[in-house]
Ligand binder design. Structure first.
Ligand SMILES: *Cc1c(COP(=O)(O)O)cnc(C)c1O
Length: 217
């Protein structure tokens, strides 16, 4: 379990970037991991986790939430509108607001229930056809649209293309967030979270470096 090492590396990266200790929140991405690995990280005192599928999260987190106090769950994967209600019941933060239809659905549910978790807008910084997210050119309009619906947009999120230098994408995301007055930056994974912290990440999403490799077999 690499939790302590990752915490230490985050602290070093914060200092190197002249940022206050604790400026960066570590989201431990527990998708696909065996329950005992997740439990070990909970036992070590960590409480902030990320999952990318609603159904998978529904299978393990209600029980963990009952056994461990203060769990904060972040949805970091695509959200179908027909699962939005379930997502709002289980997740404390949603990082994957990626299209107008989902914004409209979340706004309707927020009106109905009187609450909405903090949201990050996912930006397709690499403009990849197969990837979800708002295109950079459409972002400012989409932020305005979401705000007009009273959605609590806290920041931006990106997943850089695998074959490109992620720092270029992190810098672009930071620029777009600043321009729109958004403080949150969800960026950086196991292989590049230190670069993301140098460029202003407020939330890093780290999976395999904490839990070990995911076994999809
Ligand atoms: C799986 C996943 C991560 C974590 O990836 P690692 O490389 O294991 O750190 C981060 N963000 C998103 C959106 C993911 O789906």
């Amino acid at each position: 379990m690499g939790l302590n090492e990752i915490r230490e590396r985050i602290a070093v990266a914060e200092r190197a970037a002249d940022r206050p200790a604790g400026a960066v929140q570590l989201i431990a991405v527990s998708k696909v991991q065996p329950l005992e690995r997740v439990e070990a990280v909970l036992e070590a005192g960590h409480r902030v986790f990320g999952e990318n599928r609603v159904q998978e999260a529904q299978g393990k987190w209600p029980d963990f939430k009952e056994r461990f106090e203060g769990v904060e769950l972040h949805l970091i994967g695509p959200l179908q509108t027909n699962k939005a209600r379930a997502a709002l019941e289980l997740f404390d933060v949603i990082h994957s607001l990626d299209r107008p239809k989902l914004a409209a659905t979340l706004a309707r549910l927020a009106q109905e229930t009187g609450t909405c978790p903090p949201l990050f807008i996912q930006v397709n910084t690499g403009e990849e056809a197969q990837k979800a997210g708002i295109l950079p050119a459409d972002l400012d309009g989409f932020v305005a649209e979401a705000r007009a619906m009273d959605l609590p947009v806290q920041g931006l999120m990106c997943i850089p293309p695998v074959e490109e230098e992620p720092a270029l994408h992190f810098a672009l995301l930071a620029k777009m967030a600043a321009r729109n007055g958004l403080a949150g930056l969800s960026m950086g994974m196991s292989s590049d979270f230190e670069r993301a912290i140098a460029l202003g990440a407020t939330h890093v999403r780290v999976g395999s470096a904490i839990f070990g490799a995911r076994d999809y077999s």
